[in-house]
Design a protein around this ligand. Sequence first.
Ligand SMILES: [Cu+2]
Length: 256
Amino acid sequence: MAKCSSFPRTKLIVLALLVGCGTFLAGAVTVRATTAPKSSQSGNAGQITGKIYFHGDKPQLHPIQMGKDSVCASLHTGPMYPQDGQVNADGTLPDAFIYIKHSSAKLPSAPPRTPVTLTQKGCEYEPHVIGVMVGQAFEVITLDPTTHNIHVLAKTNREWNVSQQPGSPSVVRKFQHPEVMIPVRCNVHPWMKSYIGVVDNPFYAVTGKDGSFSLKGLPPGDYTVEVWTASFGTQERHLVVRAGETTTADFTFENR
Ligand SMILES: [Cu+2]
């Protein structure tokens, strides 16, 4: 639920049950119309919605060799595949990070009081891609019966690297500067990969199993939206948000 951190937890749970937590910030109902009724927006706010598509041959992903740590291998009954390079069954992309790169409007910058949480489970990171605001608590927890190493390879922010043993308390840090994206690696398990998008406003999203996203509650203005993917590059686009309207923006990526 960390990706939806700006929303009340109870609402998030309901939304997640209804539609799956695949689109954020505001919960996930994909609006395909180019203009939404004004009554659906609060005040003058508009929104940007869309889908992230993949075109071409899907990457061939090979099973992860978890045998380096027999504990990790024992946590799975079937083959595990890398999270980078995944394409959804419907041809959309999961784990794309969508955020506002530039805006003519002044956007809120106060971080939520609730942390976002990165979980180590089954010797993988969950979620694979996570967003957090500057100054918001970023929490890393482990549910695994083996030792992990959390190596946050920041460049604009300070790099850090800590080990976490089974049952250890969570590690909580904050980021001081926007940075998209910060890779996270485990020095014990080389297949473990996650990415942190640190942003200075709450309008970001991570796609799920239907590739859709929604940035709601945007002040009217000119925006530059960037879509980041781990395997297929990034794209950015200039978009205009008008009061009470929905701007639709789909993006298509190809295998590089
Ligand atoms: Cu690990």
